[in-house]
Design a protein around this ligand. Structure first.
Ligand code: NAP
Length: 261
């Protein structure tokens, strides 16, 4: 993967956690003049902070930030952001990192999940908005080499107690991107479902505080206390190694722990 090409990079959930670290480390690799980085999230001050960090290390980049609520975002919102941030630029590669995600209410057992208003909001945040952004991205970068990354998880391919909401959206998202990979031609469109491992972020703190299953709470607490939980920086470094080694096939699920480098 040649990250020194003139690149357009867009990342959702770039204000904190894994998304912010992906934005910072990937931007550090994209040095070509005319490259653009677009950061999405709701918290504009944090996005602005991430932008300043990136520009301090990579002053040649153009960095855009947009505050967007994914629970209600529509195709038109993504179209506008892409139009505004691409400007008149011409790019040799376009990358979208579908990173934003929420864990859902882990205090609920699967048998208690059924409020359609809550489900609508949750699926819009985690699945519909991601598909919508992707579709706009595919249109705008029709004739450009594309890398599409979905932040996946073990929970997309294995059931985990307390994670009825989360497992459902992550499985849906992963399957969607596998279909996309099947229909599009690699390497023009390369799709990767990357599972980052268990990372010390707000998401895992929330699981530890709210999960109804004591075994899950203990698992997260033990990893955090023993410092075996990974950092966002560690998983991002591994992700970049996976990209550089490029031993995955388009649509593959690659986990931090068993990445073929
Ligand atoms: N942490 C882990 O152990 C782990 C493991 C496997 C997979 N993952 C996946 O990795 C991704 C990032 O997780 P993380 O741990 O970094 O989570 P995090 O620290 O909670 O960060 C989530 C990001 O998503 C954004 N976001 C959340 N709700 C949003 C909404 N309604 N609209 C717009 N943006 C929203 C947040 O930005 P704002 O608050 O600014 O909106 C934030 O930047 C997720 O897809 C997650 O499923 C994480």
């Amino acid at each position: 993967m040649n990250l020194s090409q003139r690149t357009y990079l867009i990342i959702t959930g770039a204000s904190r956690g894994i998304g912010r670290e992906f934005a910072q480390q990937l931007s550090g690799r994209i040095q070509s003049q005319g490259s653009v980085v677009t950061l999405l999230g709701r918290n504009l001050p944090l996005l602005q902070e991430a932008k300043e960090h990136i520009l301090a290390k990579s002053p040649l980049l153009t960095v855009h930030t947009y505050s967007l609520e994914l629970a209600t975002a529509k195709a038109g919102d993504f179209a506008k952001i892409l139009e505004d941030s691409t400007g008149n630029g011409s790019f040799e590669r376009a990358i979208v990192i579908h990173n934003a995600g929420t864990i859902g209410d882990t205090s609920k057992r699967a048998r208690e999940i059924g409020d359609t208003d809550i489900l609508q909001n949750y699926f819009h945040t985690n699945v519909f908005s991601c598909m919508s952004l992707n579709s706009q991205f595919m249109q705008v970068f029709r004739n450009v080499q594309k890398l599409i990354v979905n932040l996946s998880t073990l929970a997309a391919i294995a059931p985990i107690s307390s994670m009825g909401y989360y497992c459902s959206v992550k499985a849906a998202r992963e399957m969607f991107f596998r279909v996309l990979a099947l229909e599009e031609t690699a390497p023009d469109t390369l799709v990767l479902n990357y599972a980052p491992g268990m990372i010390d972020t707000q998401m895992t703190v929330q699981v530890q505080q709210e999960a109804h299953d004591p075994a899950i709470v203990a698992l997260f607490r033990d990893q955090r206390e023993s410092k075996t939980m990974l950092t966002a920086a560690q998983t991002t470094k591994r992700f970049i190694e996976v990209l550089e080694a490029q031993k995955f096939k388009s649509g593959d699920h690659v986990d931090y722990r068993d990445a073929d480098l």
